[in-house]
Structure formats: C-alpha cells, structure tokens
Design a protein around this ligand. Structure first.
Ligand SMILES: Nc1nc2c(ncn2[C@@H]2O[C@H](COP(=O)(O)OP(=O)(O)OP(=O)(O)O)[C@@H](O)[C@H]2O)c(=O)[nH]1
Ligand SMILES: [Mg+2]
Length: 532
C-alpha cells in the first residue's frame, strides 16, 4: 500500500509542489503569472497575447507559444509565498501536448485544476482529472473568468461532482454574475473580497465580515445581489459538504475557489489554500521500494528535458524532481541507468524568468541540470542505491511524417536536431534502415508544427515534412537470433530509434498481425519504457 506522510522536517514541510492543469485556454498561464506576482517573484504581470513591446508571460517562453498564445511545453517555476516555497509547473492544455502534461503529473504532489466559468468541465479537464485520480493526487479547483458571463454556480459544482466523481466544497462564493460580478465571499475566512475592474494588477479590497448577518455586508453589496447571495450561500451550506483537509489530501474532495486570473482576483485565497492545506512533499513510487522525502540521502528523477531554453546557449536542461534528502551543489550522484557517477556542479533553480545557480535544494524542489544528453526522461539519480522511479508515461506515436533538410548538405545537422528533440521526448525519431531521411512520430498534429518551427529557429534549418506512407511504429523485442532473422526479411519496414533500438514501421494493422503469426518469438510493443 502506498503510504502518505505528514511529519516532515520544517524545511521539507514548507514546500508545495504542484501543477496547473486544464482544458486549453482556461487561463493556466495567466494564473501562473499572477502567482509569480503575488509570490513577489516579478514586479509586473505579463500577458499571454500581446502586441508590440508589451510584457509577455514568463512560462510561455517559446516563440511559437508567444506567437499563438498557447502553451506548448510545461515550465517549472519556484518562488516563496509567506513562509512557504512553491514549486509550480504550468502545463499545456492542448491534447497534442498531453504527454508532457502527464509526465509533469508524476513529479508533483498536487494539481490546481482551472475551469472556465462559462464552460465548466471540458473534455481535456476530464482526461487530466482521471490521471490525477489514478495517482490519488489532491486537487484544488479554480473557477476562472468570473469577470465574464458565467454559468450558474450550483450548475458548475454539480457538473464537477458528477463528471469527475469528487466531492466539491466551495471555498469561496461568487457575488453577482457577468457584468454584475463584484467579488466573492471567502467561506473559509469569513471575508468579503471585492474586485477592482479598473486596475487588473491591484489587490482586491478585503473586508472582514462577522458572519452572514453582519451589516457590513449590506454596506458593500448592492441589495439585489445580496439577497441572491444570501439565499445561495444558505443553500450551499445545507447541500454541500464542509471542507475536510483529510479528504482533500486523499483526493476525494476538491475545494473550489472563484476568481478572475486576468483581474488578479481570487489568486491570493487560492495560494493561501495551497499553503495552509497542502499537501507537503509526498513519498515517490519507485522500484524496488518507495522513497520517502525525509530520507537523509538524496534521490531525484528526471520528468522533463528541454533543449535550447536559452537560445543564446545551445543548452539542454533536465528537470529533476527531488524525491528525498538535502541536495547541495557539487554533489556526486549515481546515474542509476548507467550506474555511472555524475557531478552536479551547476544545477539551476527557475525563478520566474531567471535561472539562478541552486546552491541547495530539498525534497519537493524541482531543479534544472544542464547536461549534454546523459540525462533522459525517467532517469533516477541517487547517492548509490539502485532505485528507479516508476510510472513515467510514454505515449505511442500515432502520426508519422518524413522529415528532410531543405538543404541536403545539412542532413547531419538535421540528425543532431532531431536527436535532441527525441531525447526531450518532443517526438519519436526513426532512421529507416533503407533510404535517407527520417521518420518522426508524434501524438498530436500540432507537435509537427512545433518541431518544424523549433528546428528552424533553434538550429537555423528549414525542413520539409511530408506524409509518411507508414502509419504506426512498434518496438521490436525477443531473442536476438529471431529478431535478426525478422529484421533481415523485412528491411524495408525496419528503422532505429534515437537509442539505436529496433523499430518496425507499419502501414496496416494487418502487418502487425502478420508478424505475430509468422514470427511468434518476436514481440512488438507500442511504447518503450523510458527508464531502462
Ligand atoms: N475575461 C477573462 N479572460 C481571461 C482570464 N484569465 C485568462 N484570460 C484570457 O484567456 C486566454 C487564455 O489564457 P491562458 O492563460 O493562455 O490559458 P492557458 O490555460 O494557459 O492556455 P493553454 O496553455 O494554451 O492551454 C487569454 O487570452 C487570457 O488573457 C480572466 O480571468 N478573464
Ligand atoms: Mg498556457
């Protein structure tokens, strides 16, 4: 049984490591930016869609993200909030990038689920939610865009309860709707929070209220809105469960806050909720045993690799979630996959847009380790023990395209760029045994566009991508002699992936059926375990 843990040393207990997840466009990146603002990490919030020289958000740092106003890649940021250290990961909502989001969910202790108040639970919310439930991740919910016309509050709550099969407890309650939305009542602290529409970066006016019959309410809330509010809140108290921290930590109840990220409204209450109710860093699933955050020895695992984060330095950064211990810069750790020692001499911490050398880090933190390709997704680092963190997902490529360099003389460069993206997990790359060029495989079509744009921008290589006549890929396993015979007889279907492992490219399901009939000793699998 997977154990939860609460009695941690203060330095670990004050850490909150969570991902922000939702359907595309619900406002994750905008919310992230406001977290940074209230955490004091930045002085002014940027926007997702901007013209000219206006300030952009910190987490959408790729050019394509900025051009299109969507997030393509997960990005981690650390900052302090009161006495807490928050490690936050903003994730992409678009299903085409969900592999990145799912991997992020293996590296965090909680998820903040954002819902668009006008749209409620959308398809991608539902899927992400299921992943959270599989991992028993505590979920805090933020109902965003309350400055616009939104759905009825009870309808939203019902929809979450029914579609996601989780108890919902309102942590705040909206007063007025759409243009008449004036703010929320903070149910956990009995306070009235009033939104300022004029100044989007301004902190809400906060009024302490002494219970619902306090005359102060009538002073701040117009009579018609107050009437509706009092009726609703009474109903809510009767019908909806009370907040229960244990249920939150077990993942069976989600507290729900209402607000407007773009208006900086409701953010502080949500942050306070994360700080007060947790969770603290949790044990990590690993083989052959789970890892507890307060173990004195350092362990960590790579859940993401990103090349060229800083286009000026052609670099590659592995994102490491520390599962246990007190890490100090310069430590020598064991790279479990290769069993080789590795000196971590220039780890970085992601502070808003800046990277800073991380002198130390604790269980729960996310640090970046610049490296030349030794570190891959799924790799575990320890102080010697051969532990492997388990459960990091890898998706089967569902769409395949041929890639060629626009300039044939640049094909070596293209190979290098493609290998980097393969190691990042941004695409699967296959080199067919016959012919030239490469076949790349992705989960969603938008990933092809990201790839083409990044190869051009980050490597200065225009590329041509076209439909491949193959439609899917399978990794080949089995006894060496049988595999060799299979490969020899099917050269036109064979390719190697970036690790040199053999892959069978197919046109039809029929091909796969034929192989299992003709080569019973050869196995074909749709995904490859990340950690070996
Ligand atoms: N009216 C209103 N618009 C908002 C609010 N919060 C965010 N937006 C807008 O909604 C759009 C999407 O916001 P993002 O923060 O990019 O959403 P996201 O969830 O990060 O989107 P992806 O990363 O692409 O999935 C942007 O145009 C924001 O300006 C809000 O509180 N009110
Ligand atoms: Mg985003």
């Amino acid at each position: 049984m997977f154990e939860k843990q609460t009695n941690l040393p203060p330095e670990i207990a004050r850490r909150r490591t969570f991902a922000i997840i939702s359907h595309p466009d619900a406002g994750k990146t905008t919310l992230t930016e406001k977290f940074l603002l209230y955490g004091g990490a930045i002085q002014m919030a940027g926007q997702v869609r901007v013209k000219g020289e206006a300030r952009r958000t910190r987490s959408d740092f790729m050019k394509m993200e900025q051009d299109r106003g969507i997030s393509v890649s997960a990005s981690a940021m650390s900052f302090d909030f009161q006495t807490y250290r928050f490690n936050l990961v903003d994730t992409p909502g678009h299903a085409d990038f969900s592999e990145d989001t799912y991997r992020t969910l293996t590296a965090v202790d909680a998820a903040v689920m954002v819902i668009d108040g006008a749209k409620g639970v959308e398809s991608q919310t539902q899927k992400l939610f299921e992943v959270c439930r599989m991992r028993d991740l505590p979920i805090l919910t933020f109902c965003n865009k309350m400055d616009r016309e939104s759905r009825d509050t009870f309808d939203i709550i019902d929809e979450i309860q029914e579609n996601l099969a989780i108890d919902v407890t309102p942590a705040s309650w909206p007063i007025g709707r759409g243009r008449d939305f004036i703010g929320t009542y903070d149910i956990l602290r009995d306070r009235l929070e009033l939104m300022d529409r004029a100044d989007r970066n301004k902190l809400a006016e906060s009024v302490s209220i002494n219970g619902l019959d306090d005359p102060l309410l009538a002073k701040h809330v117009p009579t018609d809105l107050l009437e509706v509010f009092l009726e609703e809140i009474e109903m809510a108290r009767e019908l909806l469960p009370k907040f229960d921290q244990q249920a939150l930590l077990e993942g069976t109840m989600t507290p729900l806050w209402f607000g407007s990220a773009i208006n900086s409204f409701g953010i502080q209450e949500l942050m306070q909720g994360i700080a007060d109710f947790g969770p603290q860093p949790q044990p990590q699933r690993a083989l052959p045993r789970q890892i507890f955050p307060d173990e004195t020895k350092v362990t960590g695992f790579v859940f993401k690799v990103q090349a060229n984060m800083d286009p000026k330095h052609r670099d590659r950064v592995a994102f490491l979630r520390l599962a246990s211990g007190h890490f100090k810069r310069g430590m020598k750790l064991t790279h479990v996959r290769t069993k080789k020692p590795m000196s971590v001499s220039n780890p970085v911490m992601f502070l808003a847009a800046d990277r800073e050398l991380a002198e130390e880090a604790f269980a729960g933190d996310i640090i970046g380790i610049p490296n030349h390709g030794q570190l891959r997704i799924g790799d575990t680092l320890t102080e010697g023990e051969l532990l492997r963190v388990s459960g990091i997902p890898s998706f089967a490529p569902e769409l395949l395209q041929n890639v060629r360099a626009g300039d044939p003389l640049k094909s070596k460069h293209l190979e290098k760029a493609l290998m980097q993206f393969a190691e990042e997990g941004a695409a699967k790359v296959f080199k067919p045994m016959i012919g030239s060029g490469y076949v790349v495989g992705v989960v969603g079509a938008l990933q092809f566009e990201v790839l083409a744009s990044r190869i051009e921008l980050e490597y200065g290589l225009p590329v041509r991508m076209e439909q491949s006549h193959f439609t899917s890929a399978r990794w080949v396993g089995g006894v060496q002699t049988k595999v060799d015979a299979f490969v020899d007889a099917n050269k036109q279907h064979m390719a190697k992936d970036h690790d040199g492992d053999i892959v069978y490219l197919t046109r039809l399901q029929w091909d796969i059926d034929r192989v299992s009939r003709d080569y019973p000793d050869v196995s074909l699998t749709a995904t490859k375990e990340m950690a070996v």
